[in-house]
Ligand binder design. Sequence first.
Ligand code: PXP
Length: 239
Amino acid sequence: MRRLGVNIDHIATLRNARGEKHPDLLKAAKLITSYGADSITLHLREDRRHIKDSDVAKICKQKKISVNLEMAANDEILKIALKNKPKYVCIVPEKRNEITTEGGLNLIKNKNKIKKIINKLKRNKIRTSLFINPSIKDINLSKTLETECIELHTGKLSNLIKSKKKFLKEFNKIKRCSTLANNLGLEVHAGHGMDYKTTKILSKIKVIKEFNIGHFIIGESIFLGLKKIIKKFRILSKR
Ligand code: PXP
């Protein structure tokens, strides 16, 4: 069965807005896992804008939670990864001023750095994935770097679908890249900007083994949860 990873960075953003403990990240990670998610993704950014070091430490300690740590190819974050030993690491590009991860890694520019990180993670039995754009060149380069997995950036496809534009060309590109990667022995993951519709469409590519979804799941949970909570407050406030 295809795996689902849930990114909880946006829960951290909400918590940090008040500088308090609610909503608690560890509680969220435990619940999401108990509801059937296969892994919990945390992106420890260099600027710590959402996930904090203490979140990584607390959540990685939980035996029942499979943590997928997203990190830039950065020595300081690598040290934190090796200390906390998440089950998986996904290396992503990172720009200080971006709102979210805008594109895939520049594998040519960062080849040596990424290779070193993959080797260190492997020695520590941490599965590595590279977040890349759907390009044949990057699939072949990923293979030479000996990563176990790749995650294809689906942001462009998601935007085309959401804005009701023609998306078949981008879909076929992702399909071709997924097939090539799978044939080369790389495990294929996909993520970014995915919602119900994008997920339904991408699910047609059978060789994709894992979806990583964040913003939409956390946002949509508001709509699915509001009714219960408003009812609860109506009852409480009558007392
Ligand atoms: N996969 C990777 C590698 C990401 O960097 C992100 C965004 O943090 C996601 C998946 C999830 O994207 P979204 O929040 O748009 O679902």
